[in-house]
Ligand binder design. Sequence first.
Ligand code: ZN
Length: 176
Amino acid sequence: MKTLTIRQPWASLIVAGIKDIENRTWKTSYRGPLLIHAASFKIKNWDNIPITENQKDILRSYGAGVIDYDITSAIIGKVDLVDCVINHDSIWAEKCMPEHYKIYNWALANPILFYEPIPVKGKLSLWDYPNILAEPEEENGKLFCHCQIPVKEENQVSRFLGEEFRCNYCGGIWYK
Ligand SMILES: [Zn+2]
């Protein structure tokens, strides 16, 4: 599955469903599921994090300790990349004048925080994490999980009432 490495605190804010935009200096035509990988950068001083007063107010409203910003060097969740635009109206979108240096706002939807992070080294640009398939494999019209990831089964699999067991990471049916 396509993966994007993002520094903290942004990675955790994205999978928590608070930050709905990722700002990049380059655009992408990719749309679809995207794993969120937290880079190795650890926050030592919040004063060095470029965050506006409005954004701080939002974070305060969630209270301290709700979001874990200390997970690094791991895939921590998943979103859908739904658009890539300039000057999105989200509070998290960096704006720019069209004639100047462009900042692209990657619009993100359907965030999921994984129960258990997958430790793996980050990469630049959009990269592929092959152990989670973007499309679960089809067998007899059903989509089955073929993830090969080092997480506990109780963290990987869940079930809504009356439905089949499913993998939280790829969305496929659990076959074991
Ligand atoms: Zn899976």
